[in-house]
Design a protein around this ligand. Structure first.
Ligand SMILES: *[C@@H]1O[C@H](CO)[C@@H](O)[C@H](O)[C@H]1NC(C)=O
Ligand SMILES: *[C@@H]1O[C@H](CO)[C@@H](O)[C@H](O)[C@H]1NC(C)=O
Ligand SMILES: *[C@@H]1O[C@H](CO)[C@@H](O)[C@H](O)[C@H]1NC(C)=O
Ligand SMILES: *[C@@H]1O[C@H](CO)[C@@H](O)[C@H](O)[C@H]1NC(C)=O
Ligand SMILES: *[C@@H]1O[C@H](CO)[C@@H](O)[C@H](O)[C@H]1NC(C)=O
Ligand SMILES: *[C@@H]1O[C@H](CO)[C@@H](O)[C@H](O)[C@H]1NC(C)=O
Ligand SMILES: *[C@@H]1O[C@H](CO)[C@@H](O)[C@H](O)[C@H]1NC(C)=O
Ligand SMILES: *[C@@H]1O[C@H](CO)[C@@H](O)[C@H](O)[C@H]1NC(C)=O
Length: 683
C-alpha cells in the first residue's frame, strides 16, 4: 500500500511538471506540417526589405479572413512584394482555423528561415507566401500525396464508386462562388461500406480553373494510390481526400451551389460552442453538512483520477514513441528499417557457400556488370547474387553508401536489393530471388508466349511503367535505368513484373577513361538515338526503351529480329509503316488476335508505344503520363510522328557501349517517410 501511494505521489508530481512544461512551451512548439516546401531558388537576407515586408504581411494576414477561412494579403514596399494566402478546410470552425493559420505562420517561418517562397500544409489549413503572384495562378510544380495503407479488395469496383463521388463534389466545389469552393459528401461503396470525400479549391480560382485543378489531381489517383481505401493529394490551389470513414464535420456550414446572392463577407460564421466541454460537472454548493464519507469519496475519486491520468499519459507516451502521426496513412515504401550499411552487409564466405562457390550450374545469367548466380542461404532463403566484374573505381565507403541508397528503392515492380558483400576487390550484390526468370524467356518463346493473353501482358506493361515511374520520379534519387529491356524484367510467381539492374551506374562506377570498353551500357535496339549516338541520357531515353519493350510485348517478337514473311525488318519502322497505312493490326502477335483482348486496347497501346519512340525527346511523354494513359482510356493521345529509327551497325546486337555517367541526387528537402512528387501537369 505504501509503495502504491508513493508511486502515485510521484506520478502526480510528474504529471504536474509535465503539465507545466507543456503550458510553457505551447507557444514555441507548433505541430509538424503534413508537408512543407521551401523554394530554394530565391532567398532573402536578414534585415532586408523583403524580411521586413514578410514580417509585416504575416503579422497582418490573420486579420484578413474573408469569413470563410480564406486569407489573402499582398504587401509591396520599395520594389519588394510579398504575396501571402492561407486557406482553411471548409468544415473547420473559425477558432480552429485561426489557430491553424497562427501555427502555420510561426512554423513555416522557422522551417524556411530565408526563402522568399514557402508552402506549409496542415490537416486543417495551408499557408503560402511568395515574392511571385499567387492569386489566380494555377501553375503546379509539386504534388504531395498521402495514402491510406489499406488496400481495397477490388480496385475497379472501388474506383467505380469513388470516381462519380469525386466528380460530383468537383462540380459542387467549383460552382461555390468567390468566397468558398469546398464540397464534402459520401456515397455507398463496395459491400456495406461508405466512401467519404472532400474537395476544395482556393476561392481565388475561377470555376473552370478550380474544376481543371481538381480534375488533374483526381486523375492521379490511378497513378499514386490506385486501390487504396483512402488518400489525398495536396497542391497549393486545390486538394481532395477520400476515406472509408468520416473524417470531416458533416454539419459544418458550407456554401452550396447555386449561391444566387453570396452571403455578405462582413458576417463571419458564428463561433461554435463545444457542447458539454464548457460546463464542468461542478460540485453543487448545497447546505448539506460535509461528512467524512464525502471526503473519503472525494479523495478516492481524486486518487482514481490521478491514477487513470497516469496510465493514460503512459499509454499515450508509448503510442507516441511507436507510431508516427497519422498512423493510418502511408508515406511510401521508402521507409525502411535499414539504418546503417553494416546491417546490409553479408558475410562473404556465407554468400560464396550459398552459391556453391559461384559454380557454373548456379549461374543465372551474365551481363555487362558481372555474372548472376542463384544461391541458398543456411536458413533456406533463396537469393540471387550478382558478382560484379572487377573494374569499378569506387572506394568501399562510397560503394556501401550507394548500396544503402539503392536498397532504399523499394517498389512492388522493382527487384529488391537485399544487401552486399565485400572481400578485397570482390563485390557482391544480393537480390531477392525471382523464380520465374525474365520476361524475354516468355515473350519471345513461341510456345510459352501463347499462355500470355492480352490481360496478362497488359498487367506486365502497366507494372513496368509503374516501376520506371518510381525510379524516375518517386524516389529521392532520380534513377535513369539506361538498360531497359525484356531481359531486365523479372517475373515473380504471380507474374508481377519486377525491374532488375537499376541503379547499376551508382553501384558500379568506373572512371571515364579513353575509349575503354566500359560495362556501363545500353543495348542496341532499345537505345534512344540521342543516347546511342551522343551518349546523352535522360528519363526520356528510358521512355524510348520502354516504347520498344511495349512493341515487343504486342508483337511477341524481338526488336532486332522482327520477321515478316521472309524478310527481317526493324520493328519500329514496320510498326510505324503499319500505323501510317492504317493497318496497325498487322503487327499484333497472332496469339493475341484469337484471345479475348480488346483490339481497341491493343491498338491504343501501339499508339502509346509510338509516342514513346519519337525522335524528338520532348515529344515523348513522361512515365507519369504513360501510366495515366495506360490506366485511363479517357485521355486523348497525340498523333505520333514518324519515330526514330536507329540504324544498326554490324556490331552484335547485345554489345554494350561506353557511356559517360553522372548521377543526380534530388534535393533532399523532403523527409523520408513522406512521398512527394515533383511533377508537372501532363498535357
Ligand atoms: C537558399 O538558402 C538555402 C538554405 O537556407 C540554400 O540551400 C539554397 O541554396 C539557397 N539558394 C540560393 C539561390 O542561394
Ligand atoms: C522579422 O521577424 C523575425 C522573427 O519572426 C525577427 O527575427 C526579425 O528580426 C524580423 N525582421 C524585421 C526586419 O523586422
Ligand atoms: C530594388 O531596389 C533597389 C534599390 O532600391 C535596387 O538596387 C534593386 O536593383 C531593385 N531591384 C529590382 C529587381 O528592381
Ligand atoms: C499566435 O497566437 C499567440 C497566442 O495564441 C499570439 O500571442 C500570437 O500573437 C499569434 N501569432 C500571430 C502571428 O497571430
Ligand atoms: C496492399 O497491397 C500492396 C501491394 O499490392 C502490398 O504491398 C501491401 O502490403 C498491401 N497492404 C495491406 C495493408 O495489405
Ligand atoms: C451521407 O451524406 C448525407 C448528406 O448528404 C447524410 O445525410 C448522411 O447521413 C451521410 N451518410 C453517412 C453514412 O454518413
Ligand atoms: C484579396 O485581398 C484583397 C484586398 O484585401 C481583396 O480585395 C480581394 O478580394 C481578395 N481576394 C480574394 C480572392 O479574396
Ligand atoms: C461541426 O460543425 C458544427 C457547425 O459549425 C459545429 O457546431 C460543431 O461543433 C462541429 N463539430 C466538430 C466536432 O467540430
Amino acid at each position: 500500500m505504501y509503495h502504491l501511494t508513493r508511486k502515485l505521489f510521484f506520478c502526480l508530481l510528474s504529471s504536474i511538471s509535465i503539465y507545466l512544461i507543456n503550458t510553457t512551451t505551447t507557444t514555441l512548439a507548433q505541430p509538424p506540417f503534413l508537408h512543407h516546401y521551401c523554394e530554394n531558388a530565391a532567398n532573402y537576407t536578414q534585415t532586408s526589405t523583403y524580411q521586413r515586408n514578410l514580417n509585416a504581411t504575416l503579422t497582418a494576414l490573420p486579420t484578413t479572413n474573408n469569413g470563410f477561412g480564406f486569407y489573402n494579403l499582398t504587401t509591396t514596399q520599395g520594389n519588394d512584394t510579398v504575396n501571402s494566402v492561407a486557406l482553411c478546410r471548409g468544415d473547420i470552425s473559425p477558432d480552429a482555423c485561426r489557430s491553424c493559420v497562427n501555427d502555420s505562420i510561426v512554423n513555416l517561418r522557422q522551417i524556411c528561415p530565408n526563402q522568399k517562397e514557402a508552402t506549409g500544409y496542415y490537416d486543417n489549413c495551408l499557408l503560402r507566401y511568395s515574392n511571385k503572384f499567387i492569386l489566380g495562378s494555377t501553375r503546379i510544380s509539386l504534388y504531395h500525396f498521402r495514402q491510406n495503407r489499406q488496400n481495397s479488395t477490388d480496385v475497379d469496383e472501388f474506383n467505380g464508386y469513388l470516381r462519380p463521388l469525386l466528380t460530383k463534389l468537383r462540380g459542387e466545389a467549383a460552382a461555390g462562388g468567390p468566397l468558398q469552393k469546398f464540397a464534402m459528401g459520401n456515397t455507398t461503396g463496395p459491400g456495406f461500406s461508405t466512401i467519404y470525400g472532400l474537395v476544395q479549391c482556393s476561392p481565388d480560382l475561377s470555376e473552370i480553373q478550380c474544376s481543371d485543378c481538381l480534375e488533374n489531381i483526381i486523375n492521379r489517383i490511378v497513378l499514386y494510390f490506385n486501390g487504396k481505401v483512402g488518400g489525398r493529394i495536396l497542391v497549393p490551389m486545390c486538394n481532395f481526400r477520400y476515406e472509408t470513414y468520416r473524417f470531416f464535420n458533416q454539419s459544418a456550414r458550407v456554401i452550396r451551389p447555386p449561391p444566387p446572392p453570396p452571403p455578405p463577407p462582413s458576417t463571419p460564421p458564428p463561433t461554435p460552442s463545444i457542447p458539454g466541454a464548457t460546463t464542468p460537472p461542478g460540485i453543487k454548493n448545497n447546505t448539506t453538512q460535509i461528512t467524512i464519507i464525502i471526503t473519503v469519496v472525494v479523495i478516492a475519486l481524486v486518487v482514481i483520477f490521478v491514477a487513470s491520468l497516469c496510465i493514460f499519459m503512459r499509454l499515450r507516451k508509448k503510442k507516441r514513441q511507436t507510431t508516427p502521426p497519422l498512423t493510418h496513412e502511408n508515406g511510401h515504401t521508402e521507409t525502411t528499417n535499414i539504418s546503417t550499411a553494416e546491417s546490409l552487409q553479408y558475410d562473404f564466405i556465407t554468400v560464396k557457400a550459398a552459391t556453391n562457390n559461384f559454380s557454373d550450374e548456379n549461374e543465372l545469367g551474365r551481363g555487362g556488370f558481372g555474372t548472376v548466380y542463384k544461391g541458398m542461404l543456411g536458413n533456406g532463403n533463396r537469393i540471387a547474387v550478382k558478382r560484379l566484374a572487377r573494374g569499378s573505381d569506387q572506394g568501399d565507403i562510397e560503394f556501401k553508401n550507394e548500396v544503402l541508397l539503392v536498397a532504399k528503392l523499394q517498389h512492388r515492380n522493382l527487384v529488391r536489393l537485399l544487401g552486399f558483400s565485400i572481400e578485397g576487390s570482390e563485390r557482391l550484390l544480393i537480390y531477392e530471388f525471382m523464380p520465374n526468370a525474365s520476361l524475354d524467356q516468355f515473350i519471345f518463346d513461341p510456345t510459352k508466349r501463347t499462355i500470355f493473353d492480352w490481360e496478362k501482358r497488359y498487367n506486365i506493361i502497366k507494372g513496368i511503367a509503374k516501376g520506371l515511374l518510381y525510379l524516375h520520379e518517386d524516389s529521392r534519387l532520380r534513377i535513369i535505368h539506361r538498360d531497359m529491356k525484356a531481359s531486365n524484367v523479372l517475373l515473380d510467381e504471380h507474374m508481377t513484373p519486377k525491374i532488375a539492374d537499376f541503379g547499376m551506374a551508382r553501384l558500379f562506377k568506373t572512371e571515364e577513361t579513353q575509349g575503354d570498353t566500359s560495362r556501363i551500357a545500353g543495348t542496341y535496339g532499345y537505345m534512344a538515338p540521342e543516347y546511342a549516338m551522343y551518349g546523352q541520357f535522360s528519363v526520356k531515353s528510358d521512355v524510348f526503351s520502354y516504347g520498344v519493350l511495349l512493341l515487343e510485348m504486342i508483337t511477341g517478337q524481338k526488336n532486332q529480329y522482327f520477321q515478316i514473311g521472309e524478310s527481317l525488318e526493324h520493328l519500329l519502322s514496320f510498326a510505324w509503316k503499319s500505323w501510317r497505312d492504317g493497318t496497325p493490326t498487322n503487327i499484333i502477335d497472332p496469339a493475341l488476335k484469337v484471345g479475348s483482348g480488346s483490339m481497341h486496347d491493343i491498338i491504343r497501346s501501339i499508339h502509346i508505344a509510338l509516342l514513346c519512340v519519337q525522335e524528338n525527346v520532348i515529344d515523348r511523354p513522361t512515365m507519369a503520363t504513360i501510366v495515366l494513359m495506360l490506366n485511363s482510356f479517357s485521355i486523348t493521345l497525340r498523333v505520333p510522328a514518324e519515330p526514330a529509327f536507329f540504324i544498326r551497325s554490324n556490331t552484335s546486337p547485345e554489345m554494350p557501349l561506353l557511356h559517360e555517367y553522372s548521377s543526380r541526387s534530388r534535393s533532399s528537402q523532403y523527409s523520408m517517410n513522406e512521398v512527394s512528387i515533383s511533377d508537372f501537369i501532363p498535357r
